[in-house]
Design a binder for this molecule. Structure first.
Ligand SMILES: Nc1ncnc2c1ncn2[C@@H]1O[C@H](COP(=O)(O)OP(=O)(O)OP(=O)(O)O)[C@@H](O)[C@H]1O
Ligand code: NI
Length: 366
């Protein structure tokens, strides 16, 4: 851990101002990404993963707004506030929208979304789009851009890229299209790629191939990744470190081995029990019971107390502090659970909740 992180997110808060109320989609999360790392952001649907990544890119949809926190990418302030009277206002060094567009998005940080059809234009050929993208972001002439596009298609495992160059997106399979998006992201030589569930729509075999490809490319180019998924299996496959998100908060963060073998948070445990493992049969899988509450009015105390199999009285009253439990190999292992705090968890009464009532379980799918 000698390097500095390339991305640091501190106490980020992003909210949506809706007619029903304020949706606290991201509610004070902190994490970082070091050079060459693949860092996971994992959690059920609605946890706030996509809002977190779009906040990093400063692409939060209306009526959403980043209302607090700091995001630093290398020496650039992507998000930073200072107090002016009662208000928080952007600091001078915070990049403008124009600077985000010209200096950060695409060339420094690229993003890959779940649905390639949303990112690819159906009326232009794959090659044309890739070439135009390269021309826009790199100082290459047309011929060199075409060659680079073909090289990148080959790099991401498109067979016979010269011939496939003139195909339209609909002539590619889902997996192939996702490879094209990876090629597009890589073509700008970014240092960080944010991938928001890019393999979720693919079948497991194709997903496995894409994950293999990402690992290879990561080794070849040293690119860092922030990998968003709801699937702990994917985390195990490619991530170095992982952040577990629940209802707008990161509840546990550690290296992958630590997280899997020294799990500290009951939610992480529940996520791990709900995925297929080689040592378990499908029947042994335990879906997480109950549903995630609304982010407009999160539960008091620990937000997971309504579904936590270990919840006690005290968990409904005291908000756990996210803190370092141990370190492993120089990496912190953080979690927020009252079991690790000196607040009387041991003497508190277990509570009736969705986990104990035998409520119908909801599978962790999105
Ligand atoms: N445009 C919006 N307006 C209002 N609320 C929103 C908007 N976009 C997201 N949210 C809310 O923010 C919260 C987090 O959503 P987000 O899309 O980040 O979840 P996610 O973890 O990415 O889930 P998924 O796995 O389904 O993609 C949810 O409660 C969602 O309803
Ligand atoms: Ni999402």
């Amino acid at each position: 851990m000698t390097d500095e992180p390339i991305l640091t997110v501190e106490n980020l808060k992003t909210q949506f101002f809706t007619e029903q109320g304020v949706v606290r989609a991201v509610d004070g999360i902190s994490f970082d990404v070091y050079p060459g790392e693949i860092v996971g952001l994992v959690g059920e649907s609605g946890a706030g993963k996509s809002v977190a990544t779009s906040s990093v890119m400063r692409l939060v949809d209306n009526p959403g707004e980043i209302v607090g926190g700091e995001i630093t990418y290398k020496n650039k302030t992507l998000v930073g506030f200072e107090r002016a009277g009662d208000e928080l206002v952007p600091r001078d060094e915070m990049l403008t929208n124009e600077e985000m567009r010209t200096q950060v998005r695409g060339n420094e940080i690229a993003i890959i979304f779940q649905d390639p059809m949303e990112s690819l234009n159906p009326v232009y050929t794959i090659g044309h789009q890739l070439k135009e993208f390269i021309l826009l972001n790199r100082e290459l002439d047309k011929k060199a851009a075409r060659e680079e596009a073909i090289t990148m298609l080959r790099e991401v495992g498109i067979p016979e890229p010269e011939e496939r160059f003139d195909d339209y997106p609909h002539e590619f399979s889902g997996g192939m299209r996702q490879r094209v998006l990876i090629a597009m992201a890589l073509a700008c030589q970014p240092e960080l790629i944010i991938a928001d569930e890019p393999t979720t729509a693919l079948d497991v075999t194709v997903e496995g191939q894409i994950l293999e490809l990402v690992k290879e490319l990561q080794e070849e180019y040293g690119t860092s990744f922030l990998w968003v998924t709801h699937d702990m299996g994917v985390v195990a496959e490619i991530c170095d470190r992982v952040n577990v998100m629940y209802l707008g908060e990161i509840v546990e963060q550690a290296t992958v081995d630590e997280l899997f073998y020294e799990t500290q948070h009951p939610y992480t445990n529940a996520l791990l029990n709900s995925i297929p493992r080689p040592d378990q049969t499908i029947e042994e899988l335990v879906p997480i019971k109950g549903v995630m509450p609304e982010a407009i009015n999160p539960p008091s105390g620990c937000r997971f107390h309504t579904r936590c199999p270990d919840a006690r009285e005290v968990c409904t009253e005291i908000e756990p502090t996210y803190s370092e439990i141990t370190t492993y190999d120089g990496w912190p292992h953080n979690a927020s659970c009252l079991k690790h705090e000196d607040v009387g968890y041991d003497v508190s009464e277990p509570i009736e909740n969705e986990a104990r009532k035998g409520t119908e379980g909801t599978e962790v799918v999105q």
